[in-house]
Design a protein around this ligand. Structure first.
Ligand SMILES: [Zn+2]
Length: 460
């Protein structure tokens, strides 16, 4: 064996038991109460949970956007994620105008190659639908891209119309791919933004006021209706509020397969952050925007009940100095996005498990197992089982921490969680059967991550 993990407590959505784990050639080869055989390396996990490594389904590394580019590349972004217990991401390859899906995928593969420190996959965001692109979907699925994103927001940039969404849904469903939807009403928002700017309402908080919860709820409900017409399942990304959750719930109660993720920022931060002094509110400019605190409890209830199935980060970092300040005089010019790839597990463990909103089993389900199952990575990833990849987070539930931009590893000059104090953090992180992070020290090598061809997805 290459590594033996001794005395840990294995947690999956259904299990909670003490056992040793044997790892060879990147895979889990044995799980037993006690493994007596020797190993090149023994990792003591006394007092720690052994979680399947976190899987982040929603990241934007090295992404050109709004006249800037997200500040983490695949090296700094995956190193930061690894420090936080994440061992796999699925990032978004964004189709440029006139680009084929193959060109899109190749462009993003090139960004990750030689840099990513753990395994990764790609969704492709279809922004320029033509007949030709529609016919390229089955080939992209064969190359391991089994989910496609569409935007109902960002008019004039990424947004597609309802007819295009319908065609993508039908084709993806036939081809074994799942469609992810950014659900906000781009037409109304575009008007509201211009209207506010014309009134000289240019401060960061107007970003939030230009895209109310109703814009998200409407687009969510429309997405569900179009999906039902197409007979295809959908996945709503970064659901931020109760009104949109209600639409998801209604569909699920009818038995229609609608899935949705939320993100730590929508569970912890709120609209109040936009009212911080000076230009500070720009740190939280993202879409959908942060909502009123009254949305937190319904979102947690949705996570506990199963109406929300996944927690991702939507990690899309821009420096406060030099990037966010592009919108100093006009909120609509502030690059949309915020960092979070490093802190997801810690934040959700503390807010969810420590505060008794979800069980530790449900925690693992939300940050690893269900993302793997929904997106064609299971059972190689997303569980702790013989035959699965040895991607693991040894998590110490007693370890206290304070989040600071200074001690984070993300390549960005701030964190929205500055000063946040919590308990429960990774002690050792293992990916592909190698120790990647130990006691806060990175021991991996850029480029050791592999592109993962994901399996076709058939939910109905
Ligand atoms: Zn995003």
């Amino acid at each position: 064996m290459d590594i033996k993990i001794a005395n840990g407590r294995i947690i999956t959505p259904t299990d909670n038991y003490r056992a040793d784990i044997g790892i060879r050639k990147g895979k889990i080869v044995e799980i037993a109460k006690r493994i007596s055989g020797g190993a090149k390396e023994v990792v003591d996990a006394t007092g720690a949970y052994v979680f399947p490594g976190g899987i982040d389904m929603h990241t934007h590394l090295d992404m050109p956007f709004m006249g800037s580019s997200s500040s983490d590349d695949f090296e700094t972004g995956t190193i930061a994620a690894a420090h936080g217990g994440t061992t796999c991401i699925v990032d978004f390859a964004i189709q440029g105008k006139g680009q084929s899906l193959k060109q899109t995928l190749n462009a993003w593969k090139a960004k990750a190659r030689g840099k990513a420190v753990f395994d990764y996959g790609f969704h492709i965001a279809i922004c320029d639908l033509t007949h030709k692109v529609l016919n390229e979907i089955p080939q992209a699925v064969a190359e391991g891209v089994t989910s496609f994103k569409t935007f109902l927001a960002y008019k004039g940039a990424l947004m597609i119309d309802d007819g295009a969404l319908f065609q993508i849904l039908r084709q993806c469903n036939k081809s074994g791919a799942l469609v992810m939807i950014h659900a906000e009403n781009g037409d109304v928002i575009d008007f509201m933004v211009k209207d506010l700017i014309a009134q000289k309402k240019t401060a960061p908080k107007y970003h939030a006021l230009s895209r109310p919860a109703a814009a998200e709820a409407e687009a969510t409900s429309r997405a569900v209706a179009i999906a039902e017409m197409a007979g295809a399942p959908i996945y709503i990304v970064h659901l931020s509020c109760k009104d949109a959750l209600e639409k998801v719930k209604e569909a699920r109660d009818r038995g229609f397969p609608v899935f949705a993720e939320t993100c730590p920022q929508y569970l912890i931060l709120s609209y109040k952050n936009y009212e911080e002094p000076g230009f500070n509110g720009a740190k939280y400019v993202m879409s959908p925007p942060l909502r009123d605190r009254s949305n937190h409890a319904p979102l947690w209830q949705g996570l506990a009940s199963g109406d929300l199935q996944v927690i991702s980060t939507d990690h899309c970092p821009f420096n406060f100095k030099g990037q966010k300040d592009l919108g100093k005089k006009d909120f609509s010019q502030i690059p949309n996005g915020a960092p979070g790839i490093e802190n997801r597990l810690c934040l959700i463990y503390n807010e969810g498990v420590n505060k008794k909103r979800i069980s530790v089993n449900r925690f693992v389900d939300l940050v690893s197992t269900t993302p793997a199952k929904l997106f064609g990575l299971y059972p190689e990833k997303g569980t702790v089982a013989v035959g699965s990849d040895a991607d693991l987070a040894l998590f110490d539930p007693k370890k206290s921490y304070t989040i600071r931009a200074k001690t984070n590893h993300q390549n960005v000059d701030y964190t929205p969680y500055e000063g946040y104090k919590g308990k429960g953090a990774p002690r050792v992180v293992i990916a592909q059967g190698r120790v990647l992070v130990k006691d806060g020290k990175f021991l991996g090598r850029p480029g050791q991550g592999r592109y993962i061809k994901r399996k076709p997805i058939r939910l109905i």
